[in-house]
Design a protein around this ligand. Structure first.
Ligand code: NAD
Ligand code: GLY
Length: 367
């Protein structure tokens, strides 16, 4: 069964299609990939890990499609966050220009969040903006990065610091692609799934509490439900606040602590989702210290995160002083004041700078 939902953004609204085995249904796959594209020139962008797994299916579906003679080209980028930079995009721009792709071309991002963010950014820049389709293949990309139009690359002085808001024209999720994803990446994606329950969806968090082991076992119906519900939450937030003037910042729950951990470890060793997991635990514990959240709820949050095989304590070699210093360079800092996403209950998050700094210090000191 295939489900479709919409990200409502007026004339830039787009569908998210979620289903099992979509890559093995060539006609349907080509229909979904080409619906709404402005022309017939398509550039698939993927990486050297994903290409041997899924590229042929996408190429074959498009090449054999009954409806049109598409020109289909492919660029295969190196795999890894360390290649998420402007330099890596040059071969893609070279290919687009060499093949004389015009403003009516479409880029297809086949891969995880790195490929999705980079391809989306290239689409935002090429000839001042062309269409792109997201085909996310990691859990993190399927529940978070492929939806919402945040695109970009890293700079040596900061992660995701060069970017643009550029919405895809559609998102196509084949949940079966998760079968080839390694366990650690799957768990990292679960951190973002849990996040939606914590910030705005108590019923979903309760479901996750009951089904986290099914998700770890990759039970297909559980995975599909979790992805669908996560995308519903993301679509709803993005539809209400595309440019993060307000509530979209809630999606950064756990991320200020998490980014500090990632930066402190030089973006090596820990995955983003692992750092966010600890960040959510710390944010929950701070919420308890402020008297906003029941201690039992914080313990429940920690339990679900631990059962998702995610860490719940910051790395020991990051001192509280270093954490505080790294947290103070967060994008949410306004007028020199640190803002954090905190919980007033499970499913009820707020962005606030109105917290006692001593409470934050105490949480950082006790891990
Ligand atoms: P990733 O793209 O690096 O993918 C993780 C690894 O899994 C890579 O080695 C990749 O090649 C491999 N892989 C992908 N799909 C696979 C599959 N089906 N089978 C086997 N291997 C597969 O990492 P990610 O976690 O998907 O994304 C992280 C990136 O997303 C970061 O750069 C982060 O900044 C970005 N991000 C963006 C947003 C946003 O809103 N745009 C949100 C969250 C994260
Ligand atoms: N991943 C955070 C956002 O899309 O706003």
């Amino acid at each position: 069964m295939q489900l479709t939902m919409t990200v409502n953004l007026g004339e830039r609204s787009y569908p998210i299609h979620i289903g099992r085995g979509l890559f093995d249904k060539p006609e349907l796959l080509a229909d979904l990939l080409t619906k709404g594209i402005p022309g017939s020139d398509i550039m698939i962008v993927t990486n050297e890990t994903i290409a041997p797994l899924y590229l042929e299916k996408i190429q074959a579906a498009l090449q054999n499609h009954r409806r049109a003679d598409y020109r289909i080209e492919t660029v295969v980028l190196p795999d890894g966050e360390k290649y998420k930079n402007l330099e890596t995009l040059n071969p893609l721009f070279d290919a687009l220009l060499n093949r004389r792709y015009a403003r009516d071309c479409t880029l297809v991002a086949l891969g995880g969040g790195v490929i999705g963010d980079m391809t989306g950014f290239a689409a935002a820049c090429y000839q001042r903006g062309v269409a792109f389709v997201q085909v996310p293949t990691t859990l993190l990309a399927q529940v978070d990065s492929s939806v919402g139009g945040k695109t970009g690359v890293n700079h040596p002085l900061g992660k995701n610091m060069i970017g643009a808001f550029h919405q895809p024209i559609s998102v196509l999720v084949d949940t079966d692609t998760l079968a080839t994803l390694d366990d650690r990446q799957l768990c990292a994606g679960l951190a973002e799934v849990i996040k939606y329950g914590l910030i705005r969806d108590l019923d979903f968090f309760t479901w996750l509490d009951d089904h986290i082991e099914d998700l770890l076992a990759r039970e297909p119906d559980a995975l599909r439900y979790a992805i669908h519900r996560s995308c519903e939450n993301k679509a709803s937030v993005v539809s209400a606040d595309e440019r993060e003037a307000g509530m979209r910042a809630l999606l950064n729950f756990g991320h200020t602590f998490g980014h500090a951990i990632e930066a402190g470890l030089g973006y090596k060793i820990w995955l983003h989702g692992e750092a966010v997991a600890v960040g959510m635990v710390l944010a929950a514990r701070l919420s308890v210290r402020l008297g906003w959240l029941e201690a039992a709820d914080a313990l429940r949050i920690e339990d679900v995160i631990r059962r998702a095989h995610l860490p719940v304590r910051a790395p020991q070699d990051l001192t509280p002083d270093r954490m505080r210093e790294l947290m103070s360079v967060d994008k949410k800092v306004l007028g020199g004041r640190m803002r954090l996403v905190l919980l007033r209950g499970i499913g009820d998050a707020v962005v606030t700078d109105a917290f006692d700094p001593d409470a934050l210090d105490a949480v950082l000191e006790t891990g």
